[in-house]
Structures are given as C-alpha cells and as structure tokens.
Write a protein that binds this ligand. Structure first.
Ligand SMILES: Cc1cc2nc3c(=O)[nH]c(=O)nc-3n(C[C@H](O)[C@H](O)[C@H](O)COP(=O)(O)O)c2cc1C
Length: 244
C-alpha cells in the first residue's frame, strides 16, 4: 500500500496529492490527522507547499514526528521561485531520520499574495500543465527514483529559529467590518491559532504563516498588514470543503 500525506492551505497541494494517490495508487490523508502511530507502507509520498524557500513549519513538524521505515518521496508545490527548497527539504527529512529518496518541485499558483501583487488569473497555465507534470512525477515515484537534489542558492533549512520567527506573524492580521463571526478561520487554522471571542477572531502566538484564514474567509474580512494586494486564492480544481 502507498500512502500520500498532504499539507495544503489553499488547495494546490491537495489537488496534487489526490492525483498522485489516484495514479500510484494509494491512500491520501492530511498530515493534520497524523496521530504519531508507526506507518507501514510500500512508499510514502508527502505533498506540501514551499514556504520561504523551504518546508512550511507544519510540514517540518510532521516530518519530525513521522514514524516509519518506508521510503519517502517529497513533492513541493510552489508559486514561482522555489530556489533551493528541494535540497533543503531533502536535507531536513534526512536529518529527521527519514529514508527520503527524492524531492520533486511542481509549479502551481502563487498564494503568497500579501506582499506580492499576483494578478487575478495568473498561474492558470501552471494549473493546465499540472496534470501532465504530476503524471511524470508519479511515474518516477513508481520506478522508485532516487536522487539527491542539486544544491542551489537560497534553500532554507528548518530550524527552531524558523519556528520562532513565524510566531510573530499573528500581529499582522486584522479583521474588517465584513466579519460575521462565522468561526471558519478558527476551524480551519492548521496551527489551532485562532479563537473567536465576542464574534471576532483573535490571533494567538502559534501562527505559521500559511494564509489559510486569509484566503478562505468567506467574507474576505481578514487582512494582513497594510498591504493593498487583496486578491484571494483557492485552487479551482478542488473543493474547499475537502480541507475542512
Ligand atoms: C508563507 C508563504 C511562503 C511562500 N514562499 C514561497 C517561496 O519561497 N517560493 C515559491 O515559489 N512559492 C512560495 N509560496 C507559494 C506557495 O508555495 C504555493 O502557492 C503553493 O502551491 C501553495 O500550496 P497550497 O495551496 O497547497 O497551500 C509561499 C506561500 C506562502 C503562504
């Protein structure tokens, strides 16, 4: 049996994980459901976004606690500039004791739209090309491809300093009048960092910067800093409810 774990804030990695699971074939599961039990599988595939040229905090913490002897392949979705994230993820996974065989990168749509002015519709080409790219990656995983990604400039290894630095993200969030207190942000935050008090979300000190709340607020009421780039994104190839 093949197992595909995914972390996804805005659906890109979910889409990729579901496709890989269908083609391998295997079983897809959110890393947020992982309970620390030993995983017995023929192969493990982990699909995750790139965050700041490396692994997201949530993915790195999952890899640290993943208990398995199975060979592991990592597939990183990115928005435009993964830099050396593949090599950094490879080295991180090895240092966490995993038998990682290869890391692939796959261009999707950039969801880092709070500092970067991503125009609506940008990245549609990447979504069109994604199925063929996913099929190529899946074939390589089926063939048990093993390679060490080339060292490139700009890869970011996970460290406790990285974990600490994201905690301060919460101070950037604010909520506009459009908020109706539905509590969706609190339900979907993968870090459990949001609580609703008096009908308004409050952001704690555990933010990992994934932007799930920002992009998936049904009222577009969550703001991040003073930035004027207000475009929200969710991968049109999957249903948001699958991440709830
Ligand atoms: C905090 C943050 C940092 C990001 N850093 C990068 C990056 O360094 N390089 C890149 O190409 N994309 C970057 N992205 C874009 C995501 O990797 C990309 O949109 C990904 O496919 C999102 O996957 P998801 O929809 O499964 O969450 C970043 C996104 C976020 C939220």
């Amino acid at each position: 049996m093949n197992k595909v774990f995914y972390f996804s804030a805005t659906g890109n990695s979910l889409f990729v994980a579901k496709r890989i699971a269908a083609e391998l074939p295997g079983e897809a599961e959110s890393i947020l459901n992982y309970d620390g039990e030993k995983v017995e599988a023929e192969r493990i595939v982990i699909v995750s976004p790139v965050h700041a040229f490396g692994l997201p905090v949530i993915t790195a913490e999952f890899l640290k606690k993943l208990d398995t002897e199975a060979p592991v392949w990592i597939v990183l979705t990115y928005g435009g500039a993964p830099m050396g994230a593949d090599r950094a993820a490879y080295d991180d996974a090895r240092s966490f004791g995993l038998d990682v065989r290869a890391v692939f990168t796959l261009r999707m749509v950039n969801n880092y739209t709070v500092f970067v002015p991503v125009p609506r519709g940008a990245g549609k080409g990447a979504l069109k090309k994604a199925p063929a790219r996913i099929a190529r990656i899946t074939r390589k995983i089926k063939e048990n491809a093993a390679f060490e990604p080339k060292a490139k400039k700009g890869g970011r290894r996970f460290s406790e300093e990285v974990r600490e630095s994201t905690k301060g993200n919460a101070k950037h969030y604010s909520v506009t009048e459009a908020c109706v207190g539905c509590g969706k942000c609190a339900r979907i935050c993968p870090a459990g960092n949001i609580t609703v008090k008096d009908g308004r979300p409050e952001f704690g000190e555990k933010c990992t910067g994934c932007l799930a709340c920002y992009h998936r607020c049904p009222q577009k009421a969550i703001r991040y800093g003073k930035f004027k780039f207000k475009y929200r994104y969710f991968c049109p190839l999957v249903d948001q409810q699958e991440l709830e």
